[in-house]
Design a binder for this molecule. Sequence first.
Ligand SMILES: [Zn+2]
Ligand SMILES: [Zn+2]
Length: 338
Amino acid sequence: MVLHNITRLEDNQAPLQIEEFPMPVPKAKEILVKVSVCGVCHTELDEIEGRTPPPGFPIILGHQVVGTVEKLGERTTRFKTGDRVGIAWIHSACGECTHCRSGNDNLCDQFQATGRDAHGGYAEYTTVSEDYAFPIPELFSDLDAAPLLCAGTIGYRSLRLTNMKDGDTLGLVGFGASAHLVIQMARHRYPHSRIFAFARTEGERAFARELGAAWAGGIDEKPPEKMNCAIDTTPVWKPIVEALGNLAPGGRLVINAIRKEDADKDSLLKLQYPHHLWHEKEIKSVANVARTDVSEFLQLAAEIPIKPEVQTFKLEEANTALLELKRSKIRGAKVLIL
Ligand SMILES: [Zn+2]
Ligand SMILES: [Zn+2]
């Protein structure tokens, strides 16, 4: 399923087209992967609508790829044919800059994203450097593994960046693909913490309670106590203002979004310094995922074990899945089956 140009989903409900591409050939150090499933991520909407545009077209989107190694390029050593691997948002980085050397290759100037800067997993086959392919713990089916690769790993990085300690209160602002995995991680790691979920629909709030949220309410409702940390996964601005108002002194809000949409940007004018920012409140964004986030998180996910809620689509239904995501019809994560 191929994207040919930037377009708005409201005007064009079939931005991707099914096409035949030549079989990709793995270069040195690369592997050819036969794709089994690929998760659908909100970032694909940001790519299609031009908020984080691919540098060239046509491009095959998709960065939560699970498949098996079909062919090895020259000088590969890590995998053999038939091995099951996952591919995440990080497709490559320079490996030499200060960010890369400190384990933050997600911040590298030369960061390349799967399904944006290189072809991704909305296809039967794809290639990746063996250094950026991840073995999948046996416990997970292909379907369960797909959402772990982005929604899960970025959630893991977000949770890490909150600096949360056991006993701290955590707010999850927006309750979609990532938050439903973060709540499972947070409950495992911080058993004495109370978690509050903010979501637009009653369905999402009920789902949050099922997964152990101590409280679930609407975006502009007040939680039962102030929050030491919060993770925002919404595409808009109003929830940020609300979340800052609900932070405890010294609290930190982590924004897990690659881009925000402009529609309600004027909500920011409601920011009142004494109420929303004073008392040493912090805002931190989370950018991409590092290679170590993916491998550490896959291990943690198997140890808990995390159980993703998955809704499946055929590859040729990718446009439907994207449209449902745009319209916020979310329970868990959407995955394409090849
Ligand atoms: Zn993603
Ligand atoms: Zn680098």
